[in-house]
Design a protein around this ligand. Structure first.
Ligand code: SF4
Length: 369
C-alpha cells in the first residue's frame, strides 16, 4: 500500500512523519504547480471550488509516482467540503485509476473510530507506537508553524530579496528530515538562527505596516494557489500575520473535536455583531479575525477566498461594514484557475499603497489632534 494525500502548505511534513512512523509507505505528491492545476481543472467540474481541483491534480501526480491509496479528510457542515471525498473518488474512478480512497471523517469524540480509520491506512500498531508517532508529528507541526511565524517577522528586513524564503526552505528541510523529537528541537533552533541571520540592521524600519491575512483555510495556507501573497507582501516591507496556522487548524478541528473539548470562541464572539450564524468553512472566523486585527490596530486586512466559496462569500458581504465601523482597510482576493500572477501583484501593490496613505492620514490627524 503506497499512501498519498493532498498538499496544503507545509502540512505534508506532519502527515508524512505520522504515517511513516506508523510503518506506512508514503508517496508525497510533487509540490503544486501549474501542471497540477491544469490536470485538476481539466478533470473537475467547472463549478467546483479551487481546492478540489488542485487536490485532483495532486492525486493524479502522486499516482503517476506509484501511489495506490488516497487518504482524504472528510467533513460536515453547510459547505461542499463534506462531499469532496466522494466526488473526488468518482472523478478518479471515471478516469480509470485503480486505487483505494480512505476518507477520515471528523472524530466527533469517537477515538475508536479514528483509530479504526487510521488502522486501515497503517495496519496494526500498539497504543505506545501511536502515542510516539503522534508526538513526533506534533513536534514537527509546531516547529513548522514557529518557523513560518519567524519568517514573517524577518522578511521585511532581509539583507537581500529572497534570503528569508531560501532560509525557510533549508529550515523546513531540517525539520522534515528529523527522526526524533530531540532532532526536531535542534532543527527548529538551527532554522530560527538561519532565519534571524538574514536580517540586515540597516533595513530596519521602526514601524512597518502590518497586514493580517484571513480567509478560507486552504487558500490561506497554500502558497501556490494564493500566488505567495505572504512572501510578496513581506518583500514589499509589510509585516504579515496569518489568522490560521496548521497547528491551530489541527488543534481546533481534530484534537478538540476528538476529545470533545470546547472550541475557541473568541473569533465567534468578535464576529457576533456582524455574523452570528455558522456559515460553514471559516466564514465566521474570517469576520472575527478581521475585527480582532482592527482592535489590535493593524493597518489592513486581506481576505483570501476560492471562487464560489460560499462561506467566504457570506463573509465578504459583511466585511465592508467591519471596515467602515472599525476604520480598517480590507481587500478581498478571489482565486480560481484563471487568476494571474500579474493581476494579484497589481492588487497587492495598490492595497499596500492605500494602507500607507491611510496610515499617513491617521498620523497627521493624531499630530493635529
Ligand atoms: S470552505 Fe469554500 S472552498 Fe472550502 S470546500 Fe467549502 S465552499 Fe469549497
Amino acid at each position: 500500500m503506497k499512501i498519498t494525500f493532498a498538499h496544503m502548505g507545509n502540512l505534508y511534513i506532519t502527515v508524512k512523519a505520522l504515517l511513516e512512523d506508523l510503518g506506512a509507505e508514503v508517496v508525497v505528491p510533487p509540490m503544486p504547480s501549474k501542471r497540477t492545476l491544469s490536470i485538476g481543472s481539466r478533470y473537475s467540474p467547472e463549478f467546483a471550488c479551487l481546492p478540489l481541483k488542485v487536490n485532483i491534480g495532486n492525486y493524479i501526480e502522486a499516482m503517476e509516482l506509484g501511489a495506490d491509496t488516497i487518504a482524504m479528510a472528510g467533513g460536515v457542515g453547510p459547505c461542499r467540503f463534506g462531499l469532496y471525498g466522494e466526488v473526488q473518488r468518482e472523478i478518479l474512478k471515471a478516469l480509470g485509476y485503480e486505487f483505494e480512497m480512505i476518507i477520515i471523517e471528523p472524530p466527533q469524540g469517537r477515538l475508536r473510530h479514528v483509530l479504526r480509520q487510521l488502522g486501515r491506512l497503517v495496519g496494526r500498531n500498539s497504543v505506545g507506537k501511536y502515542v510516539s508517532a503522534v508526538r513526533l508529528a506534533w513536534a514537527k507541526m509546531t516547529a513548522v508553524d514557529e518557523l513560518e511565524k519567524v519568517v514573517q517577522r524577518v522578511r521585511p528586513f532581509e539583507s537581500r530579496r529572497g534570503a528569508a524564503t531560501a532560509a525557510l526552505a533549508s529550515a523546513l528541510k531540517l525539520v522534515d528530515e528529523a527522526s526524533s523529537i530531540a532532532q526536531v528541537k535542534r532543527a527548529l533552533e538551527d532554522g530560527r538562527e538561519m532565519l534571524l541571520s538574514v536580517r540586515a540592521p540597516e533595513n530596519s524600519v521602526p514601524d512597518p505596516p502590518r497586514i493580517g491575512i484571513v480567509g478560507e483555510v486552504y487558500v490561506v495556507l497554500e502558497p501556490f494557489v494564493n500566488f505567495e501573497v505572504e512572501r510578496r507582501l513581506g518583500e514589499m516591507g509589510v509585516l504579515v500575520e496569518r489568522s490560521i496556522y496548521i497547528g491551530d487548524w489541527v488543534r481546533e478541528h481534530l484534537f478538540k473535536d476528538l476529545l470533545r473539548l470546547r472550541k475557541g470562541r473568541r473569533p465567534y464572539d468578535l464576529a457576533k455583531p456582524y455574523l452570528c450564524h455558522f456559515v460553514g468553512g471559516h466564514g465566521v472566523e474570517t469576520v472575527g479575525h478581521t475585527v480582532e486585527y482592527a482592535k489590535r490596530r493593524f493597518d489592513g486586512v486581506i481576505q483570501l477566498a476560492p471562487f464560489t466559496c460560499m462561506p467566504e462569500i457570506v463573509a465578504q458581504d459583511v466585511l465592508p461594514s467591519v471596515s467602515r465601523d472599525l476604520g480598517i482597510p480590507v481587500m478581498t482576493l478571489v482565486f480560481d484557475e484563471h487568476s494571474s500572477d500579474a493581476g494579484v501583484l497589481t492588487r497587492l501593490e495598490a492595497f499596500v499603497d492605500l494602507v500607507e496613505r491611510s496610515r499617513r492620514r491617521r498620523a497627521a490627524k493624531g499630530a493635529r489632534g
